[in-house]
Design a protein around this ligand. Structure first.
Ligand code: GDP
Length: 445
């Protein structure tokens, strides 16, 4: 799957990761190629543009992690961004099949793999979740399609609704529901008719069936090989019928992969499953990490960077602890702590993590201790020279003026920062003598 996209991206990053230090130009060039690779994979232009922009921002603001090259770090950023785009605003839910019999409506164009997918999902529900499933084909135009579902049903040991000649799609849907309720089935899967193209007759029929069937899930089956077309088909079906999710088929082929990347961003609908072959077990739930790994084909580098980042953070913590124990706590330490706090979601995020902090949060807000305040403090520290940061005692009136002006703030604010620093340094010293240090640091990191 995704051979061409992953090959192209792989090529871009291989060159990048071989270099030791990266210039901004290197990253910019690589990202231009990433953009081209995405477009060639049939990712929609706005999605590709956004993607590259976000990677650029993250790559620029990143600190360097020891023991990995900057190029490897960029690969990791691209990977994380791929996962984010694929995941959209949250993980895809499991199929809603409580309140039996629950109806799953399968829709899509002819040839997309709808009937095959219906049977694959029925088999999954039966085997993995022990559900009793009834399948029914509503394709009154193509008797062969109805027979195909029946044959698959026998093959996987799932019941199908007996075929009655001359019934309309709506009539079959009604009969399937009645039969499911009487027969004690958990799930009814309705395999609707497909057309070669979206047309009004097809949409009208699907709408009528939907109104009768009241499905819990309406899954659109689209051919992953069709790239941007798949996304357009999804947008149209969603507008006309309302879908709850997408199944991308033929992801086993040498696809360009673009459909997977654009789907969530363009339609807002989650990909729920991917089809990976013609066999009945060739279906997987959609896992953004897995797909991102396949697109990039560089799982080893991603894992390496993750490990290095963990080690780096642990080393940083250990180094800080040693300094604190010696009673050393300078402006660099304070800055690191403030930044760590912002990383954990700012004042609110930190307090939210600790139980029973609701009241304290209010008090902190009233005292003006909020994210803006932290950012101002960091700006002040950034405005100091290296020497000043290491030794805040140097700060006399003229230096204070310069630092405050550099941060665009009042000297008063700087005095507040210095006072806070002194208090924290005292506390650190006291804690360093007791055994509380480890505890406190663990909580901070
Ligand atoms: P329908 O017209 O939408 O119902 O499509 P079918 O279910 O009849 O599928 C059309 C063809 O695509 C069949 O030959 C299937 O075996 C094949 N097919 C379906 N899903 C996949 C898939 O995920 N991968 C591959 N390689 N073939 C598939």
């Amino acid at each position: 799957m995704f051979e061409s996209l992953s090959e192209r991206l792989g090529g871009v990053f291989e060159r990048l990761t071989k270099q030791g230090a990266l210039t901004e130009d290197d990253v910019a060039t690589a990202l231009r190629e990433v953009r081209v690779a995405l477009l060639e994979a049939d990712v929609s232009l706005p999605v590709a543009r956004d993607f590259v922009k976000r990677v650029q921002e993250k790559a620029t603001g990143q600190g360097v992690t020891k023991s990995v090259t900057p190029g490897q770090q960029v690969v990791k950023i691209v990977h994380d961004e791929l996962v984010a785009v694929l995941r959209g605003d949250g993980p895809a839910d499991a199929l809603k099949i409580d309140n039996p019999p629950a109806t799953i409506l399968m829709v899509g164009l002819q040839g997309s793999g709808k009937t095959t997918t219906t049977a694959k999902l029925a088999r999954r529900l039966a085997e993995k979740q022990g559900k009793r499933v009834l399948m029914a084909s509503l394709d009154t135009n193509r008797p062969a399609a109805m027979e195909q579902l029946q044959i698959l049903g026998v093959q996987i040991g799932v019941d199908t609704l007996p075929i009655v000649k001359g019934e309309s799609a709506v009539q079959i849907a009604k009969r399937a529901k009645t039969q499911a309720a009487m027969g004690g089935y958990d799930v009814v899967m309705l395999d609707t008719a497909g057309r070669l193209h979206i047309d009004e007759v097809l949409m009208d029929e699907v709408q009528a069936v939907r109104d009768i069937a009241q499905p819990r899930e309406t899954l659109l089956v689209v051919d992953g090989l069709t790239g941007q077309d798949a996304v357009n088909v999804a947008a149209e079906f969603d507008g006309k019928v309302g879908i709850t999710g997408v199944v991308l088929t033929r992801m086993d082929g040498d696809g360009r992969g673009g459909a997977a990347l654009s789907m969530r961003a363009v339609t807002g609908k989650p990909i729920r499953f991917v089809g990976l072959g013609e066999k009945m077990d060739a279906i997987e739930t959609f896992e953004p990490e897995r797909i991102a790994g396949r697109i990039l084909g560089m799982g080893d580098i991603v894992a390496l960077v993750e490990k290095a980042q963990e080690t780096f953070e642990a080393e940083q913590a250990a180094r800080m602890m040693k300094r604190f124990q010696k009673g050393l706590f300078n402006m660099n330490d304070l800055k690191m702590q403030l930044e760590q706090m912002m990383k954990l979601g700012g004042v609110q995020g930190m307090m939210g993590m600790m139980p029973g902090m609701g009241k304290m949060q209010k008090a902190a807000e009233e005292a003006g201790f909020d994210d803006k305040f932290i950012r101002r403090q960091v700006a002040l520290i950034n405005s100091m020279t290296k020497k000043e940061r290491a030794n805040p005692d140097l700060l006399q009136a003229s230096r204070k003026k310069r630092i405050a002006a550099g941060a665009g703030l009042e000297v008063q604010e700087l005095n507040r920062l210095l006072k806070q620093h002194r208090q924290m340094a005292d506390m650190m010293k006291k804690m360093g003598k007791g055994g509380m240090m480890k505890q406190a640091l663990k909580q901070m990191m």
